[in-house]
Design a protein around this ligand. Structure first.
Ligand code: BTN
Length: 265
């Protein structure tokens, strides 16, 4: 509930009056997009107790049951060109590692680009999108984040049971999901302050938290699979991969699986 979150935020959190809580919603990203188009301010947040149509990248659904996770979207209106936000998902992932560390006492890793993981299980994900004015200028950025907080293994649907995890499972103790929500909001506000001025520091932190680097990976695009090794993250957040053919490429789209994770052996 809104008061549970507000009471856990520090006095200096500036966007408390722009926090909207819904017990049930289709998708917080879809709702905040409507608010963005009708002029909602920088720092507006939509949080849901439960999403009936939570979604992730590549049209996948994001399982968002009542009472066990944090599902939120934040609206930012950075004054910059869209090309200055290439690192937005990476910056958010590092901020969410900070938030989990604050709320649950351990630091997850990041599977490039947008999965939070611990012990080979996905704890949550990030979905970012940009909106433009009729003149083609950047109007807003939406960042949607879902983190599994209180589930036990049997709570996940069978198709994701082997690869999904929660903060409580990882920490081995119950984690307060309102505390997590507050830590996420504080971390997003801290991220917003340095987003446009500390890009290279943010990407260094991302490299440190990213478990994909140094691993054998497979890039899947349609029917094509290419095997290689993940070497680095470039200044725009793309994954630099050296393929078996000897070519090195910066990958910014496509599914990248890491050997040993989510069933890729
Ligand atoms: C992914 O794993 O590909 C990203 C998942 C993002 C899920 C969050 S939950 C809050 C927000 N609303 C959505 O519909 N999606 C994001």
């Amino acid at each position: 509930m809104k008061s549970e979150i507000l009471s856990r935020l520090s006095g200096s959190y500036p966007w408390g009056q722009h926090l909207h809580y819904f017990p049930t919603i289709g998708s917080t990203n879809d709702h905040i997009r409507t608010l963005a188009r009708s002029g909602a301010p920088h720092g507006t947040v939509v949080i849901a107790g439960h999403q009936t149509g939570g979604h992730g990248r590549r049209g996948r659904s994001f399982h968002s049951p009542e009472g066990v996770g944090v599902y939120l979207s934040i609206l930012l209106r950075p004054r910059c060109a869209p090309t200055d936000l290439m690192h937005l998902t990476c910056a958010t992932a590092v901020a969410m590692c900070d938030a989990v560390e604050t709320a649950a006492g351990f630091r997850p890793r990041i599977k490039w680009t947008n999965d939070l993981v611990f012990g080979q299980r996905k704890l949550g994900g990030i979905l970012t999108e940009l909106g433009f004015t009729a003149q083609g200028q950047l109007d807003y950025a939406i960042i949607g984040i879902g983190i599994n907080c209180c589930q036990q293994p049997g709570d996940f649907p069978e198709d994701i049971r082997d690869m999904a995890g929660s903060l409580s499972m990882a920490a081995g103790r119950p984690i307060d999901r309102w505390q997590l929500a507050a830590a996420m909001l504080e971390a997003l506000e801290a991220m917003d302050k340095k987003l446009l001025t500390q890009q290279s520091k943010i990407l260094d932190a991302y490299r440190r938290d990213c478990l994909t680097l140094g691993q054998d990976v497979v890039l899947v695009r349609g029917d094509e699979k290419r095997y290689g090794k993940a070497l680095d993250i470039d200044p725009e957040g793309a994954l630099i991969v050296r393929f078996a053919s000897g070519e090195t490429e910066a990958i910014s789209s496509g599914e990248v699986s890491v050997r040993g994770m989510y069933g890729y052996v």
